[in-house]
Design a protein. Sequence first.
Lengths: 483, 1025
Amino acid sequence: MKNIQYVLLGLLLTTLSCNDFLEENPRSQLTREQFYNNEPDFRVALTSTYRPLQLMYNNDIGMLTSVDTDEATVGNFPGGEGDDFQDHVYGPGSNTLNNWWVRNYNGINQANAIITQADQVNLPSDDQELVDRYATEAKFLRALYYFNLVLAFGDVPLNLEPTTSLNGLLLNRTDQATVYVQIEQDLQDAEAALPVSYENDEIGRVTSGAASAILAKVYLHQNKFQEARDKAQEVINSGEYGLFEDYLDVLSVAAKNGIEHIFSVQYARGLTESSMGRLYGFLTRSAPLEEEVPAEVRGQSAWAAEQGFFDAFPEGYRKEVSLVPRVVTGADTLPLDANFPHTRKYFDATKIDADGDNNANNYNIIRYADILLIFAEAENEISGPTAAAYDAINQIRRRAQQQDISTPDPTIDLAGLSADEFRDAVIEERRWELAYEGHRRWDLVRTGKYLAAVPSATARNVLFPIPQREIDLNSSLRQNDGY
Amino acid sequence: MLEKTITGQVTDLSTGESLPGVNILVQGTATGTVTDIEGNYRLTVPDDALTLVFSSIGYTREEVTINGRSTINVTLAPDIQSLSEVVVIGYGEQKREDLSGSVASLSAKTIQETPNVSFEQALQGRVAGVQITSASNAPGGGISMRIRGGNSISASNEPLYVVDGVQINANNAQSSPGTSAARDFNSNDPPGNALSNINPNDIASIEILKDASSTAIYGSRGANGVVIITTKQGQAGQSSVSYETFVAFQEAATRLDLLDRDEYTQHYNNILAGRGRDEEIPAGFLDQVANTDWQDEVFRTAIMQNHQLGFSGGNEKLFYNAALNYFDQDGVVVGTGFERYTARLNLDGQINERISFGNNFSFTHSVREAGQVNGNGFRGGDIVFSALTTPPWVPVRDEEGFLVQSPREWADDSEFDLPRPLGRNDNPLLVAQEAINDITTNRVLGNIFVEAELAKGLKARASIGGDFTDARRSFYLPSTLRASGNEGLAVVSSVRDITWINTNTITYDRQINEDHNLSVLGGFEIQQNTNRRQLSESSNFFTDVFDDNALQAAEEFERPSSEFNDWSMASFFTRVNYILRGRYIFTATARTDGSSRFGADNRWGFFPSGAVAWRVSDEPFLAQSSAVSNLKVRTSYGLTGNTDIGAYRSLATYSPDASYIFGGDLVPGVGPDNIANPDLRWEKTAQFNVGLDLGLLNDRVGITVDYYTKTTEDLLLSRAIPASSGFSTSLQNIGSVENRGLELSLNAAIIRNNNFSWVLDGNVTFNRNEVLDLGDDTELTFPTRTGRVNDAQTVILRPGEPIGSFFGYVFDGIWQSQEEIDASEVNYGNPRVGSVRLADTNNDGQLNADDKTIIGNAVPDFLYGINNNFTFGNFDLSIFLQGSQGNEIMNFNNGELIYMGLGGRENKQVEVLNTFLPGREGNSTTQVPQVGTGQNGPLDTRFIEDGSYLRIRNVLIGYNLPLQNVSWISSLRVYASAQNLYTFTNYSGFDPEVNVGGQNNVIRGVDFVGLPNVRSYTLGLNVRF
């Protein structure tokens, strides 16, 4: 009897020590308890929260804002979803739209985690200061991600808590207006607390000016013209930003993060590169520039410029920088059949005969020219075309022709327009100035001009469909009309 | 005197040799004797004795009526049903006739009939229920085995391999060092075969456990079946030295039909016409340059050789089996090969009457030259891909005799005005010569055990075993190759994988009077595995002289990486086997496993099984029958589990994988991987099996039939969750899969007489695999490598369909004319004449992603193997056929070589001459869109092909020299054989057995720059002294 007791005790002890033996201790990954504890943790968490930007502004943005509108069309390598967006036959099954949803929400979840954890942690004051700044950067990112979602889908689920369990995942769509309130709040917190600029090794982070600039845009999209005008004025007056003299610098690799760039998605040669160049028609490794045929550059084109867009684009320096009439690859004996216009904006001139298909260009989320145009538009809505409004738009027009921006030039400048004409002129100017930079569709939709400008679109296309995957998984979501 | 004496000799029916050690009994009595070394016997029997029974292990029993004779010579036939044979089962052994589960056995002889680098190739087609596919036909290439179909989607479907009691790591990816992570290098090196580091010549037998009753004793590792490997042990009192060798000449068995020089001219002119150009290359223009058959250049006749030296001997106190082996296989594709050295020592000893001990130990050193194949370095660096796509008019060597480096540059520099080949291709021979991709592996596998007899019938055994693998990859692409961006790319990576296992068992065997036989086993086992890997990579070297030996000499450095993973498991198990009256068999097993991989709430799982078997042929009404000499019915049911899900999945973890750029530099980021799931638990497989073993005509014919159903529930799936959570998936236990099947095997001695015998051995397997449920998801899609096909989501799991279903569009013809386009009512976008039309399968008037549908699957309707074995005198001939029927293959090579990328510079298959061209006859039926358009597209039915095949797998002629008169050689055998002599198939690619998905669960039947099947001719010699 006693023996059996010993045996059972032995087994029990074995089982207990077994449980220790069976504990998991990952060493190449961090567990929840090991993370968000000190300043380096928050720093790397924030870096990871920036990452979705690189993924979204590498491909998807072009499909959503350029191919979908009158700027770009499918080029020489159709297939994938380019055709679906060009012809507006995309449905809730679209991969691109699913990516847009997934990536933005991924960024939001990470931002939520940083913001809530930064509140709960207690660190020495130097570290705490840094961590609080990280949390503010995260707020900007969260606002930007929600802005992306609202523009694309309309009402979207609003979630401000990080996801730590499988409960409570079925969120309703929150009214746009409510989401905008949160976006504005986050941007206001950001502009109040973020630095105005950074040292060299931090370039690419969100600045206070970036928050203000996006806030101006957010106001404009809600038709809050007074706030938009004032906010744009703030950015203009801050003295931090200005226009490049040479329009080429807007997207050139050499002039990255320059005076006109307020906030850009960072890419770098040999590290994380952007596919925009390749998609829009340029494989720059194909040949040395010496062999370049004038106005024709070798490429492989997924997306080309719409012929109508090319034809309507006002002649001048800006057009030369932005577009080329034709792209060829290979020897002349077998040119790739790409005898139609393409955008030249994402051409990386510093990369000649180098390896790989992708380029080092950044993607401009917002730049100073945009602010000037926001100002002009908002000012016009409030007070009609004032001198300040004309001045803003004319700076853009002069720079486009490579003229000095502060010298009036009657051949270039706008004058004597009615408020309605001015409004249309600003939208047109945005079309040329900000072409292929991810704005066209949103501008058309917010001004009600989308269906007129894009013939193959129908009423439902004013909003994108919520990805079918989300509808299937979350019964609380209602699909947008018409899909 | 009521007795008489009978004498005689017993010989082997087929060889005529005398048989020592044969038991002779007077039937119904205990009177008997044993034959001596010459096979002679002398027995005194009572006068009224009627029948003598002759029996010996490995031979069928013979009952002979005395009929007044005083000299009775008997011949015994080899027992092909091996009923009295002892079969290794989990943690023990059992006689085949006492088995209640479904277990198949293979002998060393069968394994060695198929000379190859590892033993699984020998299994293909030999055992019902087992399917083997290869990830790569390169030497040492990865293998995937399925026993009774795949159960799981996220966890491994490979069976558990046990070598001499040590449960080893057979996960190819786990023991393979990493490859290049550089952004521009398409790395697809399928991991090599972890089992290629086990020497097949050391194997004495392989047992395959298939049903729950036999596998449940392995609990959470038994769900996919168990392969038990027993290495050759010595035998007390018999010493011998043996030498076995073979050499084989291998060649690539298939070629693709590519354009030759004249056809290329035609194709190129088609392209120019398709682009509306007037010019043409005149016929014969390309005669001025080379006419290279690139396939001939990269496929070579390659030699495989094996040398094994074995020593065994000893006495009752200590006996051993030791072996040394050298194996070298050159690949039929240049730049590939495998070389291996193995040493083994198996010892058994007896310390005293009660205590015995032993060890099995092997050390293997191997070097696998993986080469640049299987899509590795695809688009440029892949040898086979370059050979298939480089035009035939590019020469191998230039005028000075040096290998042409870049076909594009050669064409540009040429005096002739030539089309420009793909810029990214390298000369494949240059790649083979200069690229390095070698994996050196050292593996130690062994165990030590002690066994003690505590009391009569009560034994205890303790063993400790380990499996240690240390592998290192040396990878270098020199700057002469476009594949390295003309910069030089070096990778050094390693993996160290250590598993140790301690097993302790107690067994009790007791025969309680005549009727009851009881055997009880109880055991406790713990295992632990640690896996460490690291990788360093740099590029842009100023010189190629260092290869991968000076990473610091480069200009650019990739971020180095290292990783640690571990898991542990503790288990208790028991088995009770009760045989009533020698013919009613009852077996029950139970095992409980605790694993570190599961959530804290679900660590322990319980896996029971039960089986009943009835040896009907021992019943009085059948015992005397020789027509039905064996009849056993058996049935079993049990639960097994699957724990192979990768470590740490139940925890919320954060990994350093998401970086960003600040200040122009790459800055590391750490992001959340998943949501914690403390509820994560085992996948459970419930298997029901019913089987019949039938022996007819005195066991001359044996038939085994098994019917089974296996349902796996609580499948670990990455369940889709709303992405508004910030995550797309969460690993949960949802979903279930079912496999149902029928296995038939037949074993018949069709002809059996003095000098000639013919034994037929065949098996057929039917398995139906069906996904039952995927939780809330209606379906899941998975990406595959696709090349030009521009939609990667080509594999789908959908309830009601099998695992491995292909998902794509349906091809609906080529647009013939603008009128046809205009007349169409469906919105196809903006197609051009001569482009591909896909079907609007859901008839909604739009062509979009909703029109994708299931267009095929990789699951065979049935698998089969047939072996015919003839012996005549000392010669033997065996012919083994193996096949698979009804499986389909997604052939992405069609995208590279026929339907896409039609811009003109690459070489293609001849089908491309059938292109659509305005005004051409045959336009309406062609599947090739107009060349010159360079159009890529999604997956459609043109890429799905029938992969059914019948292969003459092995033809072998052997001769055993008659050596009765030579005392110093105990046996000498010579043989010649051919493997994969011919394949009957309609598949247009290299090999219908290919699957580049390797051990992946859902990617089955995919061909993407796969390698041809290897045909080989072997000569071999086995001699024993």
